[in-house]
Design a protein around this ligand. Structure first.
Ligand code: NAI
Ligand code: MG
Length: 326
C-alpha cells in the first residue's frame, strides 16, 4: 500500500533540510507518495494566510506530514496542524551520538509528553484587576490515551521500564489522576513502572540521564524537560520530534527557521532526516527507519559534518553521505 506524505518545507532552512530528508526517504524501500504544500511567513506574505486551505487538505488527506519550520507564523502553522492530525502525543527523543559533543555521551531517552491538556489547555482569566488564574485540566481519558501510547512505544522499542514524571505530591487531584492512570495502564504491560517527581527529574537528568529510557509526562513538565534533555545531547540540528494523533501524525525537527544561516546551504539536515526515520517507523516501516537512523549515526561519526558540528560540509553533501550509507 502506498502511503501519502504531505511535505511542508516552510520558511528559512526548512527549504533546505526538508528536500534533503525527502531525498533520503526516496532512497529507502518504503512505498511513499509525496504531496508538497506551502505554509509559513512566505506564503502568508503572498496570500495573507500562513496555512492555506490546500495545505490543510493535504495534511488531512495524508498518512503523515513532514514539516520543516515556519518563522514568525510558527504558532499559526503548527498548532492548527497538530489539531488537524488530532495530536495527543509529542514524542521527543534525546540521544547522544558518537562524534558529537554532548554533556552526557550515553544519553538515549525519549520524552512522551501529553500534548493537549494541563496548563496549556488555554483556560486563563483575570478574575479581578491584578489577579490572574490558570485552570489546569487533566482528564482520565487523555491520561489513559497518552499512557497507553507510552507503554506501547516502550514495549515496541525494547525498553524494560517507563518512568512517570509528575508532581502529584502537590497537585494531588490533577497529577494524582495522571499518575494513577499511568500505573493502571502500566500494570497491563510486562514493563517496570517507575516514578520521579518532576523537579527531582530535572536534577537527575542533569546528573545522570543514562538511567532513563521512556519518560511519560503531562504537558508543561514534558515541554520543559524535553528542552533540558535536548541540551544534554548537543545541538539543535540533531533533535527530531513527532506529533502523533488519532487522525494522522506530523514529524518535524525541534529547531526553527535559523534565519542567521538560511540560504547558505549549510543547515544540518540530521534533525529532519531523523524525524523522517520516526515517520517511517510510525507507518510500519521499522526496518527502513532503523536503516536511516544507522546511516545518520555513521555519518555523524565519520563525517561529513555541517559547520554547526565543526565541519565544513553543505546540507546536500551530508544528505548524499546518508544516502550512500543506506
Ligand atoms: P532556531 O532553531 O531557528 O535557531 C537557533 C540557533 O540554532 C540559530 O543560531 C541557528 O542557526 C541554529 N540552528 C537551528 N537549526 C539548525 C540546523 N538544522 N543546522 C544548523 N544550525 C541550526 O531558533 P530561533 O532563532 O529562536 O527562531 C528562528 C525562527 O524560527 C523564529 O521565527 C521562530 O518563530 C521560528 N521557530 C519555528 C519553529 C517551528 O516551526 N517548529 C520552532 C522554533 C522556532
Ligand atoms: Mg518547547
Amino acid at each position: 500500500m502506498t502511503h501519502e506524505i504531505a511535505v511542508i518545507p516552510g520558511d528559512g532552512i526548512g527549504q533546505e533540510v526538508v528536500p534533503a530528508a525527502v531525498r533520503v526517504l526516496r532512497a529507502t524501500d518504503a512505498d511513499l507518495r509525496f504531496v508538497e504544500a506551502e505554509a509559513g511567513d512566505a506564503v502568508a506574505e503572498r496570500t495573507g494566510d500562513p496555512l492555506p486551505n490546500a495545505t490543510r487538505e493535504a495534511v488531512a488527506a495524508a498518512d503523515a506530514t513532514l514539516l520543516g519550520a515556519a518563522g514568525e507564523t510558527a504558532a499559526d502553522v503548527i498548532l492548527p496542524i497538530r489539531e488537524l492530525v488530532g495530536s495527543f502525543a509529542n514524542v521527543r527523543p534525546a540521544r547522544a551520538y558518537p562524534g558529537v559533543d554532548a554533556v552526557h555521551p550515553d544519553t538515549d531517552l525519549v520524552i512522551v509528553r501529553e500534548n493537549t491538556q494541563g496548563v496549556y489547555a488555554g483556560i486563563e482569566s483575570e478574575i479581578a484587576p491584578g489577579v490572574t488564574t490558570c485552570t489546569r485540566v487533566i482528564t482520565e481519558d487523555a491520561s489513559r490515551q497518552i499512557a497507553e501510547f507510552a507503554f506501547e512505544y516502550a514495549a515496541e522499542n525494547g525498553h524494560d521500564a517507563v518512568t512517570v514524571v509528575h508532581k502529584a505530591n502537590v497537585m494531588r487531584t490533577t497529577d494524582g489522576l495522571f499518575r494513577e492512570v499511568a500505573f493502571e495502564v502500566g500494570a497491563e504491560y510486562d514493563l517496570a513502572v517507575e516514578e520521579v517527581l518532576m523537579d527531582a527529574m530535572a536534577t537527575h537528568l542533569a546528573l545522570d540521564p543514562t538511567q532513563y529510557g521512556v519518560v511519560l509526562t503531562p504537558n508543561l513538565a514534558g515541554d520543559v524537560l524535553s528542552d533540558l534533555a535536548a541540551g544534554l545531547v548537543g545541538g539543535l540540528g540533531l533533535l527530531p520530534s513527532a506529533n502523533v494523533g488519532d487522525d494522522g501524525a506530523m514529524f518535524e525537527p525541534v529547531h526553527g527557521t535559523a534565519p542567521d544561516i538560511a540560504g547558505e546551504g549549510i543547515a544540518n539536515p540530521a534533525a529532519t532526516i531523523l524525524s523522517a526515520a520516526m515517520l517511517l517507523e510510525h507507518l510500519g516501516y521499522d526496518g527502513e527507519g532503523a536503516r536511516v537512523r544507522d546511516a545518520v549515526e555513521t555519518t555523524l561519526e565519520d563525517g561529513p559534518l555541517t559547520p554547526d558540528l565543526g565541519g565544513e560540509a553543505f546540507t546536500d553533501e551530508v544528505a548524499d553521505a546518508v544516502i550512500e550509507r543506506l
